[in-house]
Design a protein around this ligand. Structure first.
Ligand SMILES: [Ca+2]
Length: 87
């Protein structure tokens, strides 16, 4: 299959995006906890992790159960992560 450069870039971006969620869900249980978000931020050398995690959860934990579960919440988390350059 012929791939134009921009398509390749799109695919790479896609993998990177999905990786943020995959990487975040460290124990691969389909749910992303505060600790898991914190770990990603730590690995990516962000400061003020506690407050960053707080706002990430505030934005993405739609049902307020303290973890990121379900497609809608993961989408929100990914959007937020991109906006904040975490992803
Ligand atoms: Ca939730």
């Amino acid at each position: 299959m012929a791939t134009a450069p921009f398509q390749t870039r799109e695919i790479v971006d896609d993998v990177k995006e999905n990786n943020f969620l995959l990487v975040a869900d460290a124990n691969n249980n389909g749910v992303i906890s505060r600790g898991e978000i914190r770990k990603v931020l730590e690995d990516r050398h962000f400061h003020f992790k506690r407050i960053r995690v707080h706002f990430a959860m505030k934005n993405a934990d739609l049902n307020g159960n303290g973890v990121i579960d379900g497609e809608e919440e993961k989408k929100k988390l990914l959007e937020y992560a991109k906006k904040k350059h975490y992803a």
